[in-house]
Design a protein around this ligand. Structure first.
Ligand SMILES: C[S@@+](CC[C@H](N)C(=O)[O-])C[C@H]1O[C@@H](n2cnc3c(N)ncnc32)[C@H](O)[C@@H]1O
Length: 266
């Protein structure tokens, strides 16, 4: 038996927390707020000038985007940083009830949960992908399949319906999508099972097919775990994201111009 390393989504140590892009972005935004505040206070104290709030928000965003560019954060962070203070000000100006913000915050929190750490956001795959995955499954015998990061459970439920002879399950870290998938399984009387948790704690040796739709950041650790735990002859499938330096056994496309499915026979 190969040594088992539970390494799905590594927990960030306190020192490495600051290396997470979301944490850096937040830090730069707070830093920019205080810098703009300092400048505004100095202008008021020395020159009697008062700075327009919208202009201040614009400068705060510009500074935060500058810091993010300097630290080489991904391009989407620059846009988020630039517009964040302006959008915040706009939302305040709308004078919406605070409960609406709380509701929005809770929905996003339970939907994205640890995305700031795992860097694997929720995004569902579609029917063309489910069809392509169904065709990749071993047909001649019953199998055990797991979708690691099963989201709303669409793929797992669909496969369970197509293949009543086999066992289909999903594991999902975020509470809201997990709850939706459990309810969907219950309401459709599906045989698919959904567990809430981190796939890093799952033993891949128990499965014939492991399916992943994660993100480029997660792939090296996933490969390490799959190689340590998956049995010879079993199948690792990754939708959209290849594994650096791991040549796939097969690559298939669900549709033209759609992301591909990378397959590794272990
Ligand atoms: C791109 S979505 C894919 C959803 C689903 N597999 C599908 O095909 O529709 C990735 C999902 O993985 C979940 N996830 C991320 N890291 C995880 C982890 N370490 N353990 C379990 N789920 C995780 C996210 O919460 C998200 O719902």
């Amino acid at each position: 038996m190969k040594s088992v390393r539970r390494s799905g989504a590594k927990l960030a140590s306190p020192e490495s927390v600051f290396h997470l892009p979301a944490v850096q972005a937040l830090f730069f935004q707070i830093l920019s707020f205080f810098l703009v505040l300092l400048i505004a206070r100095s202008l008021a104290a020395f020159f009697g000038m008062s700075i327009n709030l919208w202009l201040a928000a614009f400068f705060q965003g510009l500074l935060a985007a500058g810091f993010s560019y300097w630290r080489k954060l991904a391009s989407w962070w620059l846009a988020i940083q630039l517009f964040f203070p302006l959008v915040l000000l706009f939302a305040l100006w709308l004078q919406l009830p605070p409960t609406l913000f709380m509701l929005g915050f809770l929905v996003l929190l339970f939907l994205y949960w640890t995305t700031f750490r795992t860097q694997v956001p929720f995004y569902p795959s579609g029917t063309a992908t489910w069809q392509a995955v169904a065709e990749l499954l071993p047909q001649e015998r019953a199998i055990r399949f797991v979708d690691i990061g099963s989201g709303l459970g669409g793929l797992t439920l669909n496969l369970a319906e197509r293949r009543p002879d086999s066992e289909f399950s999903g594991i999902e870290i975020a509470p809201l999508p997990w709850l939706v998938s459990v309810l969907r399984a219950f309401l459709t009387r599906s045989g698919a099972r959904f567990k809430r948790g981190d796939y890093g704690h799952l033993d891949f040796a128990a499965y014939d097919v492991v399916f992943a739709y994660l993100s480029p950041v997660a792939m090296p650790a996933l490969w390490e775990k799959a190689r340590a735990e998956m049995r010879a002859g079993t199948l690792l499938l990754s939708y959209e994201f290849p594994i650096p330096d791991a040549v796939p056994t097969m690559v298939v496309s669900s549709l033209v111009n759609q992301p591909r499915i990378y397959c590794w026979r272990m």
